[in-house]
Design a protein around this ligand. Structure first.
Ligand code: OOB
Length: 537
């Protein structure tokens, strides 16, 4: 049994194979290719622990073997929530090597997100950390076990004697030898998470072929070397630090990935210095903090060669400060978990580097910039971005209706981003039309939060909109029409109680007597955003 996804039409898959983009190799090849030559090279540094490629593969194989002996394998899905630690990658490769298709939830996700993912994939396996608030007692696990019969649970840091201990399985060889059986390379390897703009988060099925190509191409564009070292300080599960070129790119060339729990500058600076880190992927809000912190000597960051910045709008003013502050190059990255990733080139002129988000990385990334009438606009004019290509998916998981609204008949994914394209193909992201808030690169689907707000007995209408924030880029304001005035802490406590991630809680609330409406009778969010940003500036 395989996991469903919307396939590329034959003429496209044929072309992508002919051009060598799709090589019909499983993603696990990223690790197995180092089994001989680079097996002594350090693959992961995580605090005091380090793993060479041999140990890394051995641990992934051990875990895979144990899971196989519990009857878990091809056709099964897994819900995984692990923080930034070596086990994240060990688990990832272990699952892929036996054909189990995981969703890697972000560590910041809570009950509502995880329940929703589980409802979509009906997992056979749950792997999580006992120190996470959701798993410090058994309530949520019990709930999941009741709903998904036969669910196997592995928890990190439980009593090593317990059957559910991840560490216990990693510590000993399984009784039976492992039979490697990844899913076919043309099939789904794992799910990425969509930032989303709808009430329920959408899952993005990524195949081995498409994802592997995006990793290899990213490695080329970024000209990685096996002696490079990548600091993974953003959430490891996110598409950007995973594959652009991210940890998988560094593993692919046999280089080293150094873990940080988060992008807090002082701790990251210590790690960079201690482990001679050369590359780091950041979001704009983190760069702003890094620039402030770097002004206070002594910081020895001379090993840094490249700081990548992406995930949200990055001001030209801040971009210009990166090379002189850190003595290294800057690369802008504009990407999406659905696929397409654009990079500025390492040799770009200052103008291209500071004022654009680069060019889509593949010659076969097809891009259309569309006006309100659906027609392509001239170069230099603003329009919405639609794209298709060898690593951009053709549909969300089991979302027939929604797919019909964001993927067109020709298979282009309509990103909801407003961009300007220059004659030489560079993209500049200037805004968005999708109903999403980009809070320091963490994406909030307005509708998801609004639905929860409306479940409060006193709230009559709710609209979540972005307002400008100097550090985060955007924060969220909930406009409410309500029978009584609830305080911001009360609203946040209510939403927390609903079980959503902290970053989705509104930063502000505003009460209004009635919602402004558009001519077709929808809440006029453009008006709300404008009036709010004007009145608070
Ligand atoms: C990355 O992926 P997602 O899926 O979390 O978010 C995608 C959305 C884009 O559609 C766009 O709205 C925004 O995030 N975005 C940017 C941006 N990079 C992403 N907006 C402005 N400037 C940028 N440089 O965020 C992602 C995935 C892979 C690589 C990099 C980022």
């Amino acid at each position: 049994m395989t996991v469903a996804f919307t396939p590329w039409p034959n003429e496209f898959s044929q072309r992508y194979r002919d051009k060598g983009y799709w090589q019909d190799l499983p993603l696990t090849e990223i690790l197995t290719r180092h089994a001989q030559e680079r097996s002594d090279a350090i693959a992961i540094i995580d605090g005091q622990r380090q793993f060479d490629y041999r140990q890394f593969k051995q641990l992934a194989d051990r875990l895979a073997g144990h899971l196989q002996s519990r009857g878990i394998g091809q056709g099964d899905t897994a819900l995984v929530q692990l923080g930034n630690r070596a086990e994240f990658y060990i688990v990832f490769f272990a699952l892929l090597s036996i054909g189990v298709v995981p969703i890697n939830a972000l560590y910041s996700h809570r009950r509502l997100e995880l329940s929703d993912y589980a409802a979509q994939i009906k997992p056979r396996l749950l792997i999580a950390e006992q120190c996470h608030p959701l798993f410090c007692d058994t309530a949520f696990i019990d709930e999941l076990c009741c709903t998904y019969s036969g669910l196997e649970v592995l928890l990190s840091s439980t009593d090593p004697q317990s059957r559910t201990s991840l560490e216990a399985l990693l510590a000993r060889d399984p009784a039976t030898p492992l039979r490697l059986s990844p899913t076919d390379a043309g099939q789904v390897a794992f799910f990425q998470l969509s930032g989303g703009s709808t009430g329920t988060p959408k899952l993005i099925p990524r195949t081995h072929n498409d994802y592997f190509y995006s990793v290899r191409r990213s490695v080329q564009v970024c000209r990685l070397l096996s002696k490079d070292r990548f600091l993974c300080a953003l959430p490891a599960a996110h598409n950007y630090p995973l594959s652009s070129p991210g940890a998988l790119g560094f593993f692919y060339i046999g280089a080293c990935v150094v873990m940080a729990t988060n992008p807090e500058p002082y701790e990251c600076f210590r790690i960079i210095e201690r482990h001679s880190v050369t590359h780091v992927a950041l979001v704009p809000s983190a760069v702003a903090l890094w620039i402030q912190a770097a002004r206070q000597p002594p910081q020895r960051l001379s090993s840094l060669k490249l700081i990548q910045v992406g995930g949200a709008s990055f001001s030209e003013h801040l971009a210009r400060q990166v090379p002189p502050t850190f003595g290294c190059r800057l690369q802008q990255v504009f990407g999406m978990a659905e696929g397409m990733v654009a990079y500025t080139d390492l040799d770009d002129s200052d103008e291209a580097l500071f004022a654009s988000q680069g060019r889509p990385m593949s010659a076969d990334d097809e891009v259309r910039v569309l006006g309100a009438d659906g027609q392509t606009v001239a170069d230099g004019c603003v329009g919405t971005l639609a794209t298709r290509g060898p690593y951009t998916v053709r549909g969300y998981y089991l979302s027939h209706e929604h797919n019909a609204t964001v993927f067109d008949a020709e298979g282009f994914y309509h990103t909801g981003d407003l961009v300007r394209r220059s004659a030489d193909g560079r993209l500049n992201v200037v805004g968005r039309v999708k109903d999403q808030i980009n809070r320091g690169a963490e994406k909030i689907a307005a509708e998801e939060v609004e639905r929860l707000l409306l479940s409060h007995s006193l709230i009559i209408q709710a609209a979540l909109v972005a307002y400008t924030d100097p550090l985060m880029g955007e924060k969220s304001c909930a406009f409410l029409v309500s029978e009584a005035t609830l305080s911001l802490p009360q609203v946040r406590a209510f939403l927390r109680e609903c079980g959503i991630a902290e970053y989705k809680l509104p930063d502000r609330i505003e009460y209004i007597d009635q919602m402004p409406l558009t001519p077709v009778g929808k809440i006029n969010k453009v008006f709300l955003r404008q009036t709010f940003n004007q009145s608070s500036s």
